[in-house]
Design a protein around this ligand. Structure first.
Ligand code: NAP
Length: 351
């Protein structure tokens, strides 16, 4: 029997998740919530530019809550805890890339109560946060003893990320540096990435200061830079680095960094990704020291990324592949530490 899945929002992650559900042997798409009026009432297959699937998208939240479904992949622009608690109370497991990766008690409390009421589970997952920034460093650290430091770092050209609202409102591109530095972005990002750092600290057993240090650096455009949110003008924010660090005394023991640039030209300071280019890196220092570099989650070109961005597809895949384990988990909130090893599934023509 297939697990019945609803997709919540059909942006980049949502579209990739729907495709992933259609390819997964144990999942069936039974519903879809959309934010936009224009998409409501349309067949989901049509929204994907393909054949009809017999599943009609709706912007009616109550219709989704009333659906008989096992799980919801929740990927709207920004998290709305009220929506998530309603979904959980309606008896649907929720898998999401927008939060609850390793929530503290304040964020977890109401969600856990709703999940227990509904007899279901909430799981936060993705690429970063939700993969590269905590799950994979922890997984790789099994190859070392006497661990003194772990680092996860993203180096991405965001001209390939066709989500103008996320770039502008979540990532803060196009603002003046003053506005970007004082705006809500740091806090918004802290919510997810600090959970990644905490998971590493707790699981590795560092006696770290509970205060996670968050810092950021900004580069501005020196000439107009084309981007999915329009041209970024000279003087506007065109590249950002965010660092989250846990310390034992003065020693940094866990560091998560993102390097998000709108290309590598016309930036002040003149930042680059270095000779290794775009990538994700996970480093572990101990016995032995090692670094794992992942290539392939960033598209080969801006054009390819705007068509389909591998990092977004990977985010969606992590959500989709988690659903069977999340549905089988004990009710409440499940982090990676509570779930078994999850894998991808063979393509339909090879099984
Ligand atoms: N953890 C990770 O690794 C990770 C990775 C990538 C993205 N994310 C997060 O996942 C979320 C989705 O990312 P995305 O790339 O799919 O973004 P996106 O392409 O901008 O899509 C967001 C979708 O949200 C809906 N939406 C738009 N305005 C909204 C509003 N005011 N209220 C509620 N929904 C609204 C729209 O759905 P319809 O088109 O259906 O109307 C839109 O397509 C974002 O929060 C992003 O930060 C996390």
């Amino acid at each position: 029997m297939s697990l019945r899945v609803v997709q919540w929002a059909t942006g980049g992650v949502g579209v990739a998740a729907i495709k992933g559900v259609l390819e997964h042997p144990d999942l069936e798409l039974v519903g879809c919530w959309v934010h936009s009026e224009a998409k409501s009432g349309k067949d989901v297959g049509e929204l994907l530019g393909g054949d009809p699937l017999g599943v009609v998208a709706t912007n009616d939240v109550d219709a989704i809550l009333a659906l008989d479904a096992d799980a919801v992949i929740y990927s709207p622009l920004l998290p709305n805890p009220d929506e998530v608690t309603a979904l959980l109370r309606s008896g649907k497991n929720v898998v999401t890339p927008v939060g609850w990766f390793y929530p503290g008690e304040k964020e977890a409390g109401p969600m856990r109560a709703a999940a227990l009421d509904g007899g279901v589970t909430l799981h936060g997952t993705g690429i970063a946060p939700g993969g590269i920034s905590e799950k994979f460093p922890l997984l790789f650290s099994i190859m070392s003893t006497g661990v003194t430091f772990v680092r996860a770092e993203e180096f991405s050209d965001l001209r390939t990320y066709d989500a103008p609202d996320v770039l502008r409102y979540v990532m803060g591109f196009g603002d003046t540096p003053e506005k970007a530095l004082s705006g809500p972005m740091q806090k918004l990002l802290d919510g997810g990435f600090m959970q990644s750092v905490r998971m590493c600290v707790d699981e590795l057993g560092f006696a770290a200061d509970p205060h996670i240090r968050a810092t950021q650096e900004i580069a501005v455009a020196t000439a107009p830079i084309d981007s999915p949110m329009g041209a970024i003008q000279p003087g506007q924010v065109a590249a950002r680095k965010f660092h989250w660090e846990a310390l034992v005394g003065d020693e940094v023991v866990v560091r998560v960094t993102v390097n998000w640039f709108m290309g590598q030209e016309n930036l002040d300071p003149p930042w680059t990704f270095g000779p290794a280019g775009e990538r994700y890196e996970m480093e572990c220092k101990g016995n032995p020291d090692f670094t794992v570099t992942v290539k392939g989650f960033q598209p080969d070109s801006v054009e390819e990324g705007l068509e389909s961005n591998n990092g977004i597809v990977a985010t969606a895949a992590h959500c989709v592949n988690s659903i069977p384990a999340v549905c089988a988990a004990a009710p409440g909130i499940a982090t990676y530490l509570d779930l078994p090893l999850i894998s991808g599934k063979a393509a339909p023509h090879l099984r």
